[in-house]
Design a binder for this molecule. Structure first.
Ligand SMILES: *Cc1c(COP(=O)(O)O)cnc(C)c1O
Length: 383
């Protein structure tokens, strides 16, 4: 694989050659012992990353399937959930739940800000919620959810804590046996393969803790078939059994990626992402690019940056794409006014440093003064 575009959108992220090589391995029968082994090893490594004493599921699909699995397996039509949303992907839970006849309340602060815990506490006190959804990092805004505050708050009311980790898993800690206080723990973590794990898109990965598994067991029937974890439970225990054909080559790639994640070490990987986020924001601030989320709530995995006056979004991104760096536009009301840059997965500090330089050139091409040396010095000082 001639390497490559620098894919700095918030997923998919750059894929390492050794992961491509795993993807290109021969496709064996899905029941072949070698595929069974790949599946069991993949599950084991996911279990280790989430540190769960529950069950992990890996199925073909995108992150949205994992969101759907989290909801339909725990909440019945007519029951109510609370959606805490920090942007576009948090909002997705509202439509998703409503399409299954689930009642939804939501708390949605202005984009770039965190939910107010007092408002969350008031909602929890005044209603009965089966579950509360939280997006660990919202990919539209670059806001990181405050688990230290939210997990104990939600668990005080015994609602299930469902965490969307699609833009955080493998870059920010998601430890399902971590006690956030008085035994409060995360019940479900869901994710996709293509963000901080660094695999191409195509796998939904989801972990159910004991209370979430019990919630499924209490539902007699759910409005799903492919997404029903009861159909997958026997397969995850014995992958030589068949329910629906697994994405064999994606499992090879995922296994390789997880070996890379664990070889780096989870704590080291989380610390590296913290530094990458701080360094890229410090560097780009020298150009007058303002993060939507202030530093105290900013995500280690991606940043949404507002353009200074007079910068034309499409031209800016076209300039970068012409030099091999792909960044994403902003969503909803920010479209044209901001762009998003991913700094997660197996992207290196050297690549991001180079991107800092090219972003300076892109701004300069539109007549903005950009001190590239100063920006890169800021990057170096923070990395
Ligand atoms: C990307 C993303 C999703 C959606 O995942 P798909 O793989 O596109 O279905 C959901 N939640 C978050 C936080 C995301 O970043």
């Amino acid at each position: 694989m001639p390497n490559k575009e620098m894919l700095l959108i918030p997923g998919p992220t750059p894929v390492l050659d050794e992961i491509y090589a795993a993807l290109a391995s021969e496709t064996y029968a899905h029941t072949d012992p070698r595929v069974v082994t790949a599946t069991l090893e993949s599950l084991q490594m996911a279990r280790q990353m989430f540190n769960t004493d529950g069950e992990v599921f890996i199925v073909a699909g995108s992150g949205t399937l994992a969101m759907e699995m989290a909801i339909v397996n725990t909440v019945a039509a007519g029951e109510k959930i609370l959606v805490l949303t920090h942007g576009f992907f948090g909002d997705r839970f509202i439509k998703l739940a409503e399409s299954f006849g689930i009642a939804v309340d939501s708390i949605a602060p202005p984009w770039g800000q965190r939910v107010d815990p007092k408002e969350v506490a008031a909602k929890l006190a005044a209603n009965t919620y089966k579950a509360v959804t939280v997006t660990h990092v919202d990919t539209s805004t670059g806001v990181l959810a405050d688990l230290e505050t939210l997990v104990p708050l939600v668990k005080r009311y015994n609602a299930l804590f469902i965490l969307d980790g699609v833009c955080a898993t493998a870059a920010v800690a998601e430890d399902m046996q971590h006690d956030y206080g008085s035994g409060a723990k995360i019940d479900v973590v869901l994710t996709g393969s293509q963000k901080a794990i660094g695999v191409p898109p195509g796998l939904a990965i989801i972990a159910f803790g004991p209370q979430a598994l019990a919630a499924r067991a209490q539902l007699p029937r759910i409005p799903a078939y492919y997404a029903d974890i009861n159909n997958w439970l026997p397969i995850m225990k014995d992958p030589s059994k068949y329910f629906a054909t697994p994405a064999v080559n994606m499992l090879y790639a995922y296994r390789r990626a997880m070996q890379i994640v664990l070889a780096e070490g989870l704590e080291k990987r989380y610390a590296r992402h913290l530094r990458l986020g701080q360094a890229i924001r410090a560097a780009l601030a020298t150009y007058g690019l303002r993060p939507l989320a202030e530093e105290s709530v900013a995500a280690p995995t991606l940043t949404c940056l507002q353009y200074p006056e007079g910068i034309v979004d499409l031209e800016f991104r076209k300039f970068l794409a012409g030099r091999g760096v792909v960044v994403a536009g902003a969503l909803a009301s920010l479209a044209g006014k901001a762009f998003r840059i991913g700094h997660m997965g197996n992207v290196t500090a050297a690549e991001l440093r180079q991107a800092v330089g090219l972003i300076g050139e892109a701004l300069a091409a539109q007549g903005r003064k950009a001190d590239i040396a100063a920006a890169q010095a800021k990057f170096d000082a923070n990395i």
